[in-house]
Write a protein that binds this ligand. Structure first.
Ligand code: SF4
Ligand code: SF4
Length: 330
C-alpha cells in the first residue's frame, strides 16, 4: 500500500552530519570545542529520513562541520534521493574531488558553497574548490555561492570571477553573527558603514555579470546607515527579524541555530512525532531566548518594531548589543 503524505508547510529539515572541519574560519559559529569527531550513524540517519518522509517534507539540508568529510556522504545522499527527498548540501567544497563521486540525478541535489577570502586558501584547497564547482556544473547540480562577511570590507573578486565563469545565478552574503558564549569574529555595528558601501558596490558588479545578490539572516534596521537603508530594504529585502527555524544536530538533538545553542534545552528527534511538535518546541525556545536577549530599549518606540518589520535582528546581536546606544526610527 502506498501512503500519500500531504506536503508540510516546512519544506525541509536541516541535519548536521558531522562536526569535523578541515578549515578554521575565524567567524565560524560552532567553535573549536564543538569539534568532537562525532558523525551521524546510519541508524540515526535512517530515523531522520523516516521522520522527514512521515512529515511530508520535500527535502533535507545536510551541514557539518564540513559535510563532504562525512565518510558515507555519497551513500547517504543516494539513500535520501531513493526515498524521494531532494538534498541540499552546505559545504566549503575544499574536499578534493568529492562532488565528482555523486551519482544522483541533477534535480535531486544542490549545493550552498561557502567561499572565504582568497588568501585564506592553500593552492590545493583552492584547486579542490574550483574543481568541485566544475564537477557540479558538469553534472547539472545547482549551486549558490555564499560568503560570510566578518569585517566591514567585502572584497571578493575571486568569488565574482568563479560565479561568472560557471554561470552561478545567486550569491548569498551572510553577515556574521556573535555566537552566544562563543569567541567568533562577527560583523559589529561599527562595521556597518563600510559593509553597506561594499555591498552596494558588489550588488552593481554582480548585476552586470548576471548574478543575483541576496542577504541571509537579519540585521537591525538601525544598524544600517540611513543613506543605505532604502537600498537594503528594496533591493536586498533586508529583514530585521529572526525567522527562528529548527535544525537537528549531530547527536540528533533538535535545536535552533549555532548562535543560540548554548541557551537551549536539548531534546532528541526521536521524542517528536511531527513537525508541528518541533515547531511548538522551538516556539518555546523563542520566548525563553526573548528573556535572555531582550529587545533594545529603543525598539518599543520604533515604527519598524510597531509595523512588525524589525525586532532587533538576530538573537546574538541582541545579546551583544543591547547596552549600546543607537538611533530609533520613531
Ligand atoms: S526595531 Fe529596534 S533594532 Fe529595529 S530599527 Fe527599530 S530600534 Fe532598531
Ligand atoms: S538567532 Fe536567528 S537570525 Fe541569528 S543566526 Fe540564528 S537563525 Fe539567524
Amino acid at each position: 500500500m502506498t501512503v500519500k503524505h500531504e506536503r508540510n508547510s516546512v519544506s525541509r529539515l536541516t541535519l548536521q552530519l558531522n562536526d569535523t572541519c578541515n578549515l578554521r574560519c575565524s567567524y565560524c559559529f560552532s567553535g573549536d570545542s564543538a569539534r568532537t569527531g562525532t558523525t551521524v550513524s546510519e541508524e540515526d540517519y535512517g530515523f531522520f529520513l523516516g521522520f522527514c518522509i512521515r512529515n511530508g517534507l520535500r527535502g533535507v539540508r545536510l551541514t557539518g562541520g564540513e559535510t563532504l568529510l562525512h565518510p558515507h556522504i555519497h551513500r547517504y545522499v543516494r539513500l535520501a534521493v531513493k526515498v524521494g527527498l531532494e538534498v541540499n548540501i552546505l559545504s566549503n567544497f575544499t574536499v578534493s574531488e568529492a562532488v565528482s563521486a555523486f551519482d544522483v540525478p541533477a534535480r535531486s541535489l544542490s549545493f550552498l558553497v561557502n567561499v572565504n577570502d582568497r588568501d585564506s586558501y592553500s593552492s590545493e584547497e583552492w584547486h579542490a574548490l574550483v574543481g568541485n564547482i566544475e564537477s557540479a556544473q558538469q553534472r547539472g547540480y545547482s549551486i549558490v555561492l555564499g560568503y560570510t562577511a566578518h569585517t566591514g570590507i567585502v572584497h571578493i573578486p575571486h568569488i565574482i570571477e568563479i560565479g561568472a565563469r560557471f554561470k552561478v545565478a545567486k550569491l548569498r552574503i551572510s553577515p556574521s553573527k556573535p555566537t552566544i558564549g562563543g569567541t567568533n569574529t562577527w560583523l559589529a555595528p561599527d562595521d556597518m558603514l563600510s559593509f553597506s558601501e561594499s555591498v552596494m558596490a558588489l550588488y552593481q558588479i554582480l548585476h552586470s555579470v548576471g548574478i543575483r545578490l541576496v542577504l541571509d539572516c537579519p540585521i537591525p534596521f538601525c544598524h544600517i546607515p540611513e543613506q543605505f537603508l532604502h537600498f537594503f530594504l528594496q533591493e536586498l529585502r533586508l529583514s530585521g527579524t529572526c525567522g527562528f527555524g529548527s535544525s537537528v544536530n549531530v547527536n540528533l538533538d533538535v535545536g535552533h541555530c549555532y548562535i543560540t545553542n548554548s541557551l537551549l534545552t536539548k531534546r532528541n528527534l526521536r521524542t517528536f512525532a511531527t513537525m508541528e511538535e518541533i515547531r511548538m518546541f522551538t516556539a518555546g525556545f523563542a520566548s525563553d531566548i526573548d528573556k535572555s536577549c531582550p529587545l533594545f530599549d529603543r525598539c518599543t518606540k520604533c515604527h519598524y518594531f510597531i509595523l512588525g518589520s524589525c525586532s532587533a535582528g538576530c538573537y546574538g546581536i541582541r545579546h551583544e548589543c543591547a547596552p549600546l546606544a543607537g538611533t530609533s526610527h520613531v
